[in-house]
Ligand binder design. Sequence first.
Ligand SMILES: Cc1cc2nc3c(=O)[nH]c(=O)nc-3n(C[C@H](O)[C@H](O)[C@H](O)COP(=O)(O)OP(=O)(O)OC[C@H]3O[C@@H](n4cnc5c(N)ncnc54)[C@H](O)[C@@H]3O)c2cc1C
Ligand code: FES
Length: 272
Amino acid sequence: MKSIPLQSRLPRTLRIAQVRKETDMVTTFMLPISLGSLPGQFLMLWLPGRDEIPMSIALDDGENLQVTFFAVGDMTQALAKLKAGDLVGIRGPFGTSYAWEKKQHLALVAGGYGAAPMFFAASKAAQDGCTLDVIIGARSREHLLYQQSFASLPRTTVHIATDDGSEGHKGYNVTVLAELLSSGVKFDQIFACGPERMLVAVSDLAAKEGTKCLLSLERYMKCGYGLCGNCTVDPLGIRLCTEGPVVEGSLARQIAEFGKYHRDELGRKHPF
Ligand SMILES: Cc1cc2nc3c(=O)[nH]c(=O)nc-3n(C[C@H](O)[C@H](O)[C@H](O)COP(=O)(O)OP(=O)(O)OC[C@H]3O[C@@H](n4cnc5c(N)ncnc54)[C@H](O)[C@@H]3O)c2cc1C
Ligand code: FES
């Protein structure tokens, strides 16, 4: 395990530079800091007096950092009420990242807020001359995230899948990936971030094709750097805050709970 510098483990408070409403439920914060983060890494976002939660880094361009979140519960709904100039705390960056070689052909499969970290990976891979097929999935067209941002990248084809067919393919983004693969497109790697059952389907396809895939797995996280053991997974006992969140598909497939269940803050199992 790579040692995490003290500076990353301690919270820093800073004022939100900009708030962008992506959809009714989804907000992006621009923070005036660079953590030197890599695509796939996460930070712990702290709202004093409320909670601290893990959040994927949606962009770190050397000057500013972005996070994009769904307002699903107490903490994220409180965050969604914040305005530019309000204070938040951050710790990080933590965890493993997506990696590629120059000029590779990559498929990026994004579900829900997974589009945010996938955009960070896409923007960096595009700078390295990679060719990208990005497949974004959402319930309906109003819930699609980062569509224009992906479309602005060079050598990038954006494919859309919506559950209700309001844009692109009607159905799952993984079906679009399966169609690309069966039409003979060869990818050097497949990256995916989104709901865990989507990740299982991506890893099944990648294993069948013999293509390397990197998946972002989420578990309940408290410390973020390997101390508390909250994010360990059965039966390997690896901590997903340090050995993940980005793991190879072959490793994910050894995790008995992959796509089946996760544990809450008290260690109780919850099925997906
Ligand atoms: C590595 C990682 C990256 C993430 N990136 C994003 C992101 O970019 N955008 C985004 O919207 N969400 C992200 N999440 C999920 C986000 O942390 C939870 O949705 C959030 O914590 C919900 O908090 P809440 O209090 O609003 O909701 P709650 O109602 O308290 O929780 C809703 C669900 O969120 C999960 N959750 C709550 N607290 C935690 C925690 N400390 N660790 C992990 N899961 C938790 C639980 O499964 C819970 O059932 C990420 C989670 C992880 C582990
Ligand atoms: S969150 Fe504490 S060990 Fe992973």
